[in-house]
Design a protein around this ligand. Structure first.
Ligand SMILES: [Zn+2]
Length: 318
């Protein structure tokens, strides 16, 4: 049978074909913590600050929340941006933390800058941003303080994501493609409204760069269970029960099913919540340490950079 160009049946088939192609080839974007997680980290970090900082940060909480995702947006336009969000620690051998120099200069000397850029510079870049934040506090420049606070919050949160420490960042080497988004976006979106985000008071950090490495070390230590548990769960799940379809605007997308996500969340036993909590307190501690290093300038709580309001993490604190 010859199928005519505008035959209704043909059109219908074309639509299905396009839908299937959209599902199969939907562009996958790596965004650590997804938008939800990054916004929650910057927001709740404000509540761990001492009173001398809290007024200014609370007045500008909308800015800090909204701009928490700017570094991910920049990845589309700035080729230098991507390596700042991760470090493929396992590229550096069995015990990468014995091999990787703590400080940037030593690392460049040992591995060359090209290699470091190729496998991620996250922990060293946070250190660089820290000194820019100290400088912003020294000048007591509210725009710069907020800009660097929002941005460093993003990079610190990224360093707490186990899948940001490995070459197998999306399970592509172990047939677990999509696990990145499952851990850092799907699980928080489904379950993080019940998390406890109030972490008490932040701490002064003696040595910033080793402190950042210890956060990365903890993320790396959690990586094994992330990959192993997903694999185990997949093996005990019927293939048609692992995924489901959801409508997002005019697009149908394939997502991990609610049941699969719930099971994974359960066997991770609070891991996602713990990494989010650690991100929050570490972001606040790094903001606070930068302020102390700058001589504890008086921050005016009435200086407000207006930004759009967003609700994050259930209860609204605006
Ligand atoms: Zn990122």
């Amino acid at each position: 049978m010859v199928v005519k160009k505008h035959q209704p049946g043909h059109l219908c088939m074309m639509k299905w074909l396009l839908l299937i192609l959209a599902i199969i080839f939907r562009p996958y974007e790596i965004q650590a913590w997804g938008f939800y997680g990054h916004r929650a980290v910057n927001k709740f970090a404000c509540f761990a600050l001492p009173p001398e900082m809290f007024g200014f940060y609370k007045s500008n909480i909308d800015y800090l929340i909204n701009h928490s995702v700017d570094p991910d947006k920049r990845r589309h336009s700035d080729p230098a941006e991507a390596p700042r969000h991760f470090i493929d620690a396992d590229h550096y051998g069995e015990n990468p933390f014995d091999t990787l120099p703590i400080y940037w200069k030593d690392a460049v000397e040992k591995f060359t800058e090209d290699t470091l850029q190729a496998y991620g510079i996250g922990p060293w870049y946070i250190n660089k941003m820290f000194y820019r934040l100290v400088e912003a506090f020294r000048k007591n420049d509210p725009d710069a303080i907020l800009y660097y606070s929002a941005n460093i919050g993003h990079y610190i949160a990224d360093s707490h994501v186990p899948l940001h420490c490995t070459e197998n960042y999306n399970g592509q080497m172990t047939n677990q493609h999509g696990i990145h988004g499952l851990w850092e976006s799907r699980l928080p979106e489904l379950f993080a409204t019940n998390y406890d985000y109030f972490m008490g008071r932040c701490q002064y950090i003696d040595k910033i760069q080793p402190f950042i490495w210890s956060a990365v070390h903890d993320s790396y230590a959690a990586l094994d269970s992330v990959l192993a548990f997903e694999k185990l769960l997949t093996e005990s799940t019927e293939s048609d029960e692992k995924y489901s379809f959801e409508q997002r605007g005019s697009t149908t997308i394939q997502v991990y099913s609610y049941d699969f996500s719930e099971q994974f969340h359960l066997i991770l036993n609070g891991q996602v919540e713990r990494r989010l909590q650690a991100s929050i307190i570490d972001v606040a501690s790094i903001w606070y340490t930068a302020w102390v290093e700058a001589g504890m300038p008086v921050l005016n709580p009435w200086t407000v950079i207006e930004d759009e309001k967003v609700e994050v993490g259930g209860e609204d604190f605006h």
